[in-house]
Design a protein around this ligand. Structure first.
Ligand code: SAM
Length: 300
């Protein structure tokens, strides 16, 4: 295999996975991050930021559907939505499938990622940036939340992992969730990607604990992502998606979503919210929360 490119992605300080790259399609460096679009041998096109796979065409639908739909289907009439991060535009694409949605504000810190997505990632955003309901803002999500006067029905955090000294780690803390709570309408809710139950189980559980501390109601889901080589987790606050039955989810999808879903339905919902025993035991055992003084980081 000499002469081929490999992505060596470190999952923990003592474990890496290698993915064979057919072609580097584009590469840029912004003042925040190093961005690459590649063609993986196994997963097709993939976006890599700072050496970490963000999503690939093979399974991005699993991640983005599970991040968005359990939250929005748990709310009564979600209309005004805020997305923080989500550079590829695929979270935006999923939010716009909800017929009740009138306005989506998406705030991403890195203009280069957005321009990159607009230019190369059409399969991800599928034109979502041009939808008349979309308002795109380039800026720090933390600052935006502190300064906005608007209120939202749902807030979705599709951010890079909480890595030490990164632009996103503060957006996984109790103080930040308290700020989010202040800009949520009554009965609103949040969803966040919550890193990997395979590589950073303590971080996943701590994000859940922190969301629960602030929103009182919290739920966690998980799925398998082949392109991340492991399990991936999500946490929802202010809502209880797990209390919806298989039939209720299927009925709400039929009534409220325009367009097709590839992963999420009543059956996948039950699987994703049925955490296995060893993970449930960790929810019992770990009672840490993430604060600005003591944030939780993925091992990197
Ligand atoms: N699926 C991803 C993963 O594997 O972690 C996350 C997707 S998305 C590409 C992450 C986005 O978060 C990037 O576009 C990045 O620019 C954005 N981001 C990081 N820190 C941010 C901040 N403080 N405010 C807004 N956006 C931020």
């Amino acid at each position: 295999m000499l002469g081929w490119h490999w992505l060596i992605e470190w999952q923990t300080p003592y474990e890496f996975h290698g993915h064979l790259i057919d072609k580097v399609l584009a590469e840029e460096k912004s003042s925040y991050q190093h961005i690459m679009l590649v063609e993986f041998k196994r997963f097709g096109k993939g976006l890599i930021i700072d050496g970490k796979v963000q999503s690939t065409l093979y399974d991005e639908h699993i991640y983005h559907e599970l991040l968005v739909h359990p939250l929005l289907l748990s709310l009564d009439n979600p209309s005004n939505i805020l997305i923080l991060g989500g550079g590829e535009g695929a979270t935006l694409r999923e939010v716009l499938k909800h017929k009740s949605v009138r306005r989506v504000t998406m705030v991403d810190i890195d203009e280069k990622v957005i321009n990159f997505a607009k230019k190369y990632l059409h399969e991800w955003h599928q034109g979502a940036f041009e939808d008349s309901r979309t308002k795109l803002i380039i800026g720090d999500g933390y600052k935006f939340v502190e300064e906005t006067n608007e209120k939202y029905d749902a807030i979705i955090l599709d951010l890079t992992d909480p890595i030490k000294d990164s632009t996103s780690y503060k957006l996984y803390t109790k103080e930040f969730y308290e700020k989010l709570k202040r800009i949520l309408n009554n009965n609103g809710g949040i969803a966040t990607q919550a890193t990997s139950p395979s590589f950073s189980l303590e971080v996943y559980v701590t994000i859940y604990n922190t969301v629960k501390e602030v929103f009182k109601r919290a739920s966690a889901s998980y799925t398998y992502m082949a392109s991340f080589d492991g399990l991936w987790g999500f946490v929802y606050g202010g809502v209880s998606p797990e209390s919806l039955s298989k039939d209720e989810i299927d009925e709400r999808i039929r009534q409220r979503i325009a367009g097709k879903l590839r992963y999420y339905d009543g059956y996948s919902h039950q699987i994703s919210f049925s955490l296995p025993k060893y993970i449930r035991q960790e929810f019992e055992r770990i009672n840490k929360i993430s604060t600005e003084k003591e944030p939780i980081y993925v091992p990197a």
